[in-house]
Design a protein around this ligand. Sequence first.
Ligand SMILES: [Zn+2]
Length: 205
Amino acid sequence: MVELSYCPECGARLRRHVLAGEPRKHWFCAVCDAPRHAHPLIVVTCFVSCGQRLLWIQRNLEPQRGLWAIPGGYLESGETLAQGAARELREEAGVLLPSQRLQLYMTGAITFINQVYVGFRAAVDTPDCLPGAESLDCRFFSRDECPWDRVAYPEVNDSIRQVYDDLERGDFGVWEAGMSETRYTLREVSQRAAKGVSKDVRGSR
Ligand SMILES: [Zn+2]
């Protein structure tokens, strides 16, 4: 449960919402007489490939300014998941792709920071990109060219390595990632993995 100490409407101290004797996973403001939720934020990203290379952007925003990441950001109101991911591609890397070209590739819950993650993939024929206001640079990197020592979120490197693996195989599953403060897992959930194939890519981080 995400800590939310004070009511965003009136500033009163919040307490846990107990309904019918059961503590719920949100808070309650006694002054406003209303529940106060801290719903997870939704992060949308897209892995854009050109051959065996993937599109990366160099962040121009804090946190992690100057470090490299896969283009992505928070979903905005009124967008579908794919539209949000396509907008981030346009804003951060000048890559114009209709949202219909984006294929669902990875989902995940990052419970300890209260975020839900939805990753798409798309392929392009030419490695054209142009950094936007939120990025210093953008490039297509092969696995070997990638600046692994200067990535913004090394905790998700295993997911990105999975994309390079799938690009090499030419065969993409759909993956479900789970991340807690101590554990990162990646599990294939597509139909062909109905036998329940899963892999614990890293026991702890
Ligand atoms: Zn209040």
